[in-house]
Design a protein around this ligand. Sequence first.
Ligand code: NDP
Length: 330
Amino acid sequence: KAYTANTERYEKMEYRRCGRSGIKLPLISLGLWHNFGDNDDYANARGILRTAFDNGITHFDLANNYGPPYGSAEKNFGKIFKEDFARYRDELIISTKAGWDMWPGPYGNFGSRKYLIASLDQSLKRMGLDYVDIFYHHRPDPETPLEETMGALDQIVRQGKALYVGISQYSAEDTAKAAEILRNQGTPFLLHQPRYNMMDRWVEDGLLDTLQKVGLGSIVFSPLEQGILSSKYLNGIPEDSRAATEGSYLDKSQITEKVVRQVQHLNEIAKSRGQSLAQMAIAWLLKDKRVSSVLVGVSRPAQLKDNIGAIQNLDFRQEELDKIEGILKS
Ligand code: NDP
């Protein structure tokens, strides 16, 4: 059935300026790493995207190799985009990336100009788009000169294939270097996409400061530690969970007794705040204004609704923050 977006969608979400740019991102954005591949349920994937947009989520995040198989998330997104979202194109921020292994041989991986430009051309075809809003270099490449990779990002913008560029997983030091090259080239450098959640704190050790200094935003991935920071694993490992899925990046062995104990204690604090644990984990990230958006993944629309509820309570009392730190150190 034809889709018409909820007319109240922009009242349901809040938007935060991304660094010193003209772009505001929704506090919660949707990532298509999992649940949009060829082995996933198409109707469910479509339902997740509709739920997102109906609730004011204007940003969808992809990468060349999301699937499986590689490329299939972009292909399926392209199909849904054509059916449901084409007329809303100018209300959407769509991103994709290249940097991890994509096709065989020496030109389908890492950070050469050859790889990045060819990969984005493929991505645009798969998605049926003329341009993406943000194109990222997906991870640092220790062997290719940064000037070449940043030069490719610049060329992509000049070609009209992306409006802004970003980087992901770069250290604070490399981010500062990349920012300088991009500034000298006049390339619109919008944001960094790092991993950040209550249990993975590396960005607090310099990266967030660097981003603020150079005027970049951040969109943080795996905010729920792939689902661990939700009520999902409180009583064992459900069969339909990511941890139970063969070949996923979340292994059962990561759900240790210690982790479950910590999550149980965190869940008590969340309850006392009137939130689900997933909501508290997202709110906890958004308390830092240098975080422009929290990039969630969901396996069903109900999870997305739960996560969006986080924005109802973003304030923390110092006592709550101290308790959370105590639990994470226990
Ligand atoms: P999350 O930490 O949000 O984990 C998502 C998973 O957690 C879901 O698939 C679901 O798992 C579970 N979950 C989500 N919400 C709830 C809820 N309310 N209650 C219970 N369980 C919930 O993020 P991801 O690791 O998926 O990463 C998000 C996005 O970040 C990706 O889609 C991608 O766009 C981006 N990303 C970027 C990377 C990069 O290198 N730049 C790397 C990784 C991700 P289940 O299937 O068990 O239900």
